[in-house]
Ligand binder design. Structure first.
Ligand code: ADP
Ligand code: MG
Length: 225
């Protein structure tokens, strides 16, 4: 289990058309096992970039990210991919379900080609039942509402029981009531499984439910106290 994620002086810049964009500037942060952390800030302030760095989907331009004592930069590509699979679950604003696969098949995709001690099909059905979709196993994404699609995405993120859930505006495309139920589900999973949750939100109501809120502006962390 990854107890701690540490960002040590991380920077991320993007180069393009002779312009350098500093998406993340000199960020130091520690996330502890099981905690629920909200990231808020204006559009373009670096929230998604920070989340993708924390989740090892992208690499910082400088600085280090550590999972416990392990530096991500020191890990081989395969080792990092395995590590990400075992430890991290992702949920995005746009759901990112595969349109030609059923709900059940979508949930099973992270398990594909992996040797696991449990029955993949049974595990996936159980988690879909848990998110309230036991009767929608064979539905395609286009046959599901936005809220139901996000539930499938949450089931997919949790199917391998990650230590951390990273969610980038998970209710950004949903109406308020559906958004409430999605956050309830995420917080229930935190309580039940003890996984840490780091999420980006624009909604102060959802941010206030976190143990801690991180504010970003122009790539910097800012203190509001
Ligand atoms: P937020 O999620 O807070 O809206 P982002 O992390 O998406 O902010 O973006 C931060 C800054 O980095 C923005 O100025 C954005 O345009 C820029 N940026 C993000 N991703 C890329 C990329 N792949 N290439 C170039 N610039 C990027
Ligand atoms: Mg974003």
């Amino acid at each position: 289990m990854v107890q701690k994620i540490v960002c040590h002086k991380i920077n991320k810049s993007y180069e393009g058309d002779g312009i350098t964009t500093h998406a993340i500037r000199d960020i130091n942060l520690t996330f502890n096992k099981g905690e629920v952390v909200a990231i808020v800030g204006p559009s373009g302030s670096g929230k998604s970039t920070l989340l993708s760095l924390i989740g090892s989907l992208d690499k910082p331009t400088s600085g280090d990210i550590l999972y416990d004592d392990k530096k991500l930069a020191d890990m081989k590509k395969n080792e990092l991919a395995d590590f990400r699979f075992e430890r991290i679950g992702f949920v995005f604003q746009q759901f990112h379900l595969l349109p030609t696969l059923t709900a059940l098949e979508n949930v099973m995709t992270p398990l594909f080609n992996r040797k696991l001690s449990y029955n993949k099909n049974e595990r996936s059905k159980e988690i879909l039942a848990k998110v309230g979709l036991a009767d929608k196993l064979n539905f395609f994404p286009s046959q599901l509402s936005g809220g139901q699609q996000q539930r499938v995405a949450i089931a997919r993120a949790f199917v391998h029981e990650p230590d951390w859930l990273l969610a980038d505006e998970p209710t950004g495309n949903l109406d308020t009531e559906t958004g409430d139920s999605i956050f309830k589900l995420i917080f229930d999973m935190n309580q039940e499984k003890g996984c840490g949750v780091i999420y980006v939100t624009h909604d102060s109501k959802f941010a206030s439910k976190a143990n801690r809120v991180i504010y970003m502006q122009d790539g910097y962390l800012i203190n509001i106290d």
